[in-house]
Design a protein around this ligand. Sequence first.
Ligand code: RNT
Ligand code: ZN
Length: 417
Amino acid sequence: MTVPIEAAYILARESFGKLGVDTDAAMTHLDQVPISMHCWQGDDVRGFENPSGQLTGGIQVSGSYPGRARDGDELRADLELAMALIPGPKRLNLHAIYLESAKPVERDAILPEHFQGWVDWAKEKTIGLDFNPSCFSHALSKDNLTLSHPDAAIRRFWIDHCKASRKISAHFGRSLGTPSVMNIWVPDGSKDLPVDRYAPRQRLRESLDEIIAEPLPSEFHKDAVEGKLFGIGAESYTVGSNEFYLAYATSRKVLLCLDAGHFHPTEVVSDKLSSVLAFVDEVLLHVSRPVRWDSDHIVLLDDETQAIANELVRGDVLGRVHIGLDYFDASINRIAAWVIGTRNMRKALLRAMLEPPRLAEAERNGDLSSRLAFMEEQKSAPWAAVWDFYCESREKPVGGAWLDRVRSYEKDVLSNR
Ligand code: RNT
Ligand code: ZN
């Protein structure tokens, strides 16, 4: 143990202790909270089905930093490095387009065996897997319509893809002993003003009902649905709006996925959690950073990330909220992007766990001056000393030391791709 880190920690422990915060207990608590890392940061959401194809569905990756992963082995190697640089438990969130198969497989015919490489790897790493059907970047999604398409044959294709995906998700859960959260997001919407806003939503509801009709054990698989405000090319109407899915999740008893970039710019997910959790048992988070729009920038330790973490800890809802990340940036080293965003999410959780009880007490007593004073004083509390010690004691790099590892991997591995 490096002496200054431990020495700083001992001082921090004492000063938090005086405020009634047990820093050791906070770190142990933090060790119980997994963060599901999204595989798609590693290759710009291309997947292995048709990596040279265009990313569609109204989402967009910008940048052309060299060294993106081109197959499962490269993506797993990159993830291993990223995971080695991030303290605390991790999961991996896969999309259906990350299947591994010698010959082409249509999306409505994907099987657990096409993901066995991922399952074996996850078993070896003792991490859980989560899953997503991929209803974009495909010839049958080119109208920006999938589960709500007016053509029954096209709807059938996507319904069958989602059903096949549920089987894979349940296989993940069964093989790894931890439920896989499977999130359904579809890009359905229209660029210009539709005349009929009703029929596509009725069709989406019917398609989803068919998809989730077969009950699957919740110890292996959980269904989630993700709404959004708009996408590129779907500016005027999104079939799966937030109201649609909030009502769907509540009535069908499935999880609601809240993506931080999927609301009007002055709305925040942190304020929505307590409302949604009053009616929905479990939530999936897509922690992201919308910059002016749903831009999927790398997660920072900014006010909203902190506010989300505060809500999870203050509300004692970590057992009901699955934390996933959703961003894609190809303008910087992709492994660095994973490490920065995931470490930030965990830092925010640690800071939330270090919140002194005097804040809540002041509020309970109606002492709003103290509440604001303590809230602001808390920002300069020595939480960074606890974070450094957390990293060091969990044998992960402290401070920016992780970047040296990424740089040498870039030189030895990424630059040869
Ligand atoms: C799109 C949604 C969705 C995707 C990923 C790739 O707006 O946020 O979650 O980003 O599934
Ligand atoms: Zn999302």
